[in-house]
Each structure stands twice: as structure tokens, then as C-alpha cells.
Ligand binder design. Structure first.
Ligand SMILES: C[S@@+](CC[C@H](N)C(=O)[O-])C[C@H]1O[C@@H](n2cnc3c(N)ncnc32)[C@H](O)[C@@H]1O
Length: 262
């Protein structure tokens, strides 16, 4: 199933680029220019900037932007002085990063692949991994955390955003593009297995990517089991006008984890 999911979701994200989904829209030249002067921020979750104290001095720092295509985090960090590699399943998302790099004269590498297999990178390649919300698109988190721990150098850090699984308690209405805030789905939830035949067919037709809720144990204990030590945590929400659940509770999480030993 994992290969099918990878292909389906890669195509879905290519389609989202065509449809100008917000997570596929690249930053402007003005934002690049400001980042060059030290005025920058990035998100791992919908709206709340990652605290600047979570970042090392970026000058010459080797950063992997994992499942982070779209011309956002990668170009900002490159303009701020980091040596950036953007890794993503979607070629169209990576094209957004390359477009910004060429437009604004940034050095930036792009690599296409599955976040569950970072075999193209040697052990200990990166000082920092920036991993915005995207692990909802893979069925199993343990290879993702294991690969992150492997490609980080000792002392390196993983900054990751992910969904609180409680979001998946509420069925998504494709027609209305809203959630029904009555509990209707069990956790762990997966579009591929939890939807009925008809619902699944409609979902596939929509061209949207398939998602997996995961559990907080998979998200948090999973990082610890991979050998990382959690040193930072915050929660986030959308603006309540654009996401009903965000009126009631922050349902996105960001963690900062350090590789303290090999
Ligand atoms: C919500 S977007 C995150 C990127 C965006 N720059 C941001 O600001 O958050 C999720 C990304 O995950 C990528 N993705 C989905 N499944 C993936 C996989 N198995 N391996 C690598 N990337 C994947 C998608 O192509 C998409 O670019």
C-alpha cells in the first residue's frame, strides 16, 4: 500500500500546485530580500512562526527542508545564509523552490523522493531538519523519524510540525470544504481504510491527497524511540474564520528534537 499512497499523493500534490493551494505558493522577492537582511520567519504549522531561538546561526548551516517544497521555507532559509536542500515527493512543488532560487539568485538544491527513505543522504549530513506538516501523507512514521535521526549530525536538531490526531475525529465534507464538528471517525483514521467505497471513490476523484491521523504516541514517542530528545514544543491553530475547530482548540503541534548521541 505504501507505494500506491506515495504515487497517489505525489500526483495529488502536483495537482494542488496547478490549483494554487496555499501550501504551494512561493514567497515573493521582497520576502527573500528581507531574509537576506536578517528579517525572516518560517512556519511548521498553519500560522505561528517558529521561535527564532529554535534556530542555530544559519551561516553555512546545512539544512534539510523535508517534505517542504512549494518555494517557502527553503528559499527563506537559503536567503538567511543556510546551505539548503529541499526534499519533496512532488516535482511541481520542487519547481516552485527552483523558480524562487533562479528568480532571486539563491543557491538551493532540490531532491525528489519519499520522506520515509532518505537513502540518497549519508549519515550525519545535516545540522538541521525543517519538517513542516506533511507526515499526515505517509502511512507509517517510524521510518521517517529513523531516517531523520540518521541523517542528522550529533548535536543537530529536527523541527517538525504535525496534526493533533483529534482533527480526524470530525468528518470532512468535500462539497462544503468544512468539517462536521460531531465526532464521527475513530483514531487512528486513514482516508484509504476508514472511508466507505463510495466516499473513497469521490475522494479519489477530488484529486486531494490521502491522509493518516497517526497517534500522539507515534508522533512524540516515535521521535524519542528514534534516539532524539525533545527540547521544545508549541501548539498552533488556523484563524477561526478559516477553520471551525480552531475556534475551540489549537490542533497543530510543533516539536524541537535534538540528536544528542550517535
Ligand atoms: C503541506 S505541504 C508542506 C510544504 C510547505 N512548504 C509548507 O509550507 O508547509 C506538504 C508537502 O509534503 C509533500 N509530501 C507528501 N507526501 C510526501 C512523501 N511521502 N515524501 C516527501 N514529501 C511528501 C507534498 O508534496 C507537499 O509538498
Amino acid at each position: 500500500m505504501a507505494d500506491d499512497v506515495f504515487e497517489l499523493n505525489r500526483r495529488a500534490w502536483n495537482g494542488r500546485v496547478e490549483r494554487r493551494n496555499p501550501w504551494t505558493l512561493p514567497i515573493s522577492s521582497e520576502e527573500v530580500e528581507k531574509a537576506r537582511k536578517g528579517d525572516w520567519q518560517i512556519v511548521l504549522t498553519p500560522t505561528r512562526p517558529v521561535p527564532r531561538k529554535w534556530f542555530p546561526d544559519l551561516g553555512g548551516t546545512s539544512v534539510l527542508c523535508l517534505a517542504s517544497g512549494g518555494g517557502q521555507q527553503g528559499p527563506i532559509l537559503a536567503a538567511a545564509g543556510a546551505r539548503v536542500t529541499v526534499f519533496d515527493a512532488s516535482l511541481k512543488q520542487l519547481e516552485q523552490d527552483r523558480m524562487v532560487a533562479e528568480r532571486d539568485g539563491l543557491e538551493l538544491e532540490t531532491v525528489e523522493g519519499d520522506m520515509a527513505d532518505l537513502g540518497v543522504f549519508e549519515d550525519g549530513t545535516f545540522d538541521l531538519i525543517v519538517h513542516p506538516i506533511s507526515n499526515c501523507f505517509v502511512p507509517d512514521l517510524s521510518p521517517v523519524w529513523a531516517e531523520c535521526a540518521r541523517v542528522l549530525r550529533v548535536g543537530g536538531e529536527l523541527l517538525a510540525g504535525f496534526n493533533n490526531p483529534l482533527r480526524y475525529l470530525f468528518p470532512y465534507d468535500l462539497d462544503q470544504d468544512t468539517y462536521d464538528l460531531r465526532v464521527g471517525q475513530a483514531i487512528p483514521y486513514c482516508d484509504l481504510e476508514s472511508l466507505t467505497g463510495d466516499e473513497k471513490a469521490r475522494f479519489e476523484e477530488s484529486g486531494e491527497p490521502f491522509e493518516f491521523s497517526h497517534t500522539l504516541e507515534d508522533q512524540i514517542a516515535g521521535q524519542i524511540e528514534a534516539g532524539l530528545v525533545l527540547v521544545g514544543f508549541f501548539e498552533d491553530r488556523f484563524s477561526p474564520d478559516s477553520d471551525e475547530l480552531s475556534r475551540y482548540i489549537p490542533s497543530f503541534i510543533a516539536t524541537r528534537a535534538r540528536k544528542e548521541r550517535s
